[in-house]
Design a protein around this ligand. Structure first.
Ligand SMILES: NC(=O)c1ccc[n+]([C@@H]2O[C@H](COP(=O)([O-])OP(=O)(O)OC[C@H]3O[C@@H](n4cnc5c(N)ncnc54)[C@H](O)[C@@H]3O)[C@@H](O)[C@H]2O)c1
Length: 252
């Protein structure tokens, strides 16, 4: 007979958890004892990751959540509460990364990237923030980017602007939720060693490394550990913050 799970296990929902940095975040949260709900628009790799972490489907499960669809956030939250009775953490990690010269960006594409990246974080914080506020506890963690602070190096204006908007949204939700036991924080990574970054940099990898003071790409596991700490009850005094991990590219 399977050992019953302790009833104090916390539940964390991660958007864009099927690939890249999302996978590292899901693994780190699971390792730290959270039940993880891996959400993405790509169900297959999410399901593979969930069964690798817990074949029994108790501490790692999947859900389809397209951050472009506001209703999806509510649906996933409702299902999580129905099945597990609780949800304490939302990690807004999903994003569309786009690299293009500012004068070549179609205005429709600018709006689409803003909608997915900043709009997704807005809806996630609003829907989960309401629930956390009612419960008197919660952790919202938003993946911003160095591009949102310095305008970006390899990425486009739409991506950079959306990440700047995420930093502002983080402060607004943090301010409004602070008295209710709910924190909202952002992490701003520089270029990490993920498939997406290697794809964007292509032949320019060596040139990019030469411009990073520490001389290497960041470890996604470091960012995953930062997420896990911000997700913990111990991080109660950190809110409205942006934690940088950029190899010294941007110091403030
Ligand atoms: N990799 C880096 O170096 C780096 C640096 C700074 C910030 N970030 C941020 O970290 C996060 C993850 O980056 P990554 O490198 O893993 O990106 P990635 O493109 O490799 O993965 C993004 C994930 O989000 C999913 N996704 C895309 N659109 C979605 C949508 N509409 N709804 C739900 N899921 C969707 C994708 O299927 C994928 O699984 C992003 O917010 C990114 O901006 C990454």
């Amino acid at each position: 007979m399977a050992t019953p799970l302790p009833d104090n296990i916390q539940t964390a929902v991660v958007t864009g958890g099927a690939r890249g940095l999302g996978v590292h975040i899901v693994r780190a949260l699971h390792q730290a004892g959270f039940r993880v709900v891996i959400t993405d628009i790509d169900p297959k790799p999410a399901e593979a990751l969930a069964s690798e972490l817990d074949l029994a489907g108790e501490t790692a499960v999947t859900a389809t959540l397209d951050v472009d669809k506001p209703d999806d956030f509510q649906l996933v939250l409702d299902k999580v509460i129905e099945r597990f009775g609780r949800c304490e953490v939302l990690v807004n990690n999903a994003a569309r990364t786009a690299a293009q010269n500012v004068f070549d960006i179609d205005p429709a594409d600018f709006n689409a990237v803003m909608a997915t990246n900043a709009g997704g974080v807005f809806t996630g914080c609003q829907v989960f923030g309401r629930h956390f506020r009612e419960r008197g506890y919660g952790r919202l963690i938003n993946l911003a980017s160095l591009a949102g602070q310095n305008g970006g190096t390899a990425t486009g204006a739409h991506y950079a602007a959306s990440k700047g908007a995420i930093l502002t949204l983080t402060k607004i939700f943090a301010r409004d939720l602070a008295k209710d036991g709910v924190t909202c924080n952002a992490i701003a990574p520089g270029p990490l060693d993920t498939p997406m970054v290697r794809e964007v940099l292509g032949d320019n990898l060596d040139k990019a490394l030469a411009n990073i003071p520490v001389g290497k790409l960041g470890a996604p596991d470091l960012v995953a550990q930062m997420v896990t700490f911000l997700a913990s009850p111990q991080a109660a005094f950190v809110t409205g913050a942006c934690w940088d991990a950029n190899g010294g590219i941007y110091m403030r």
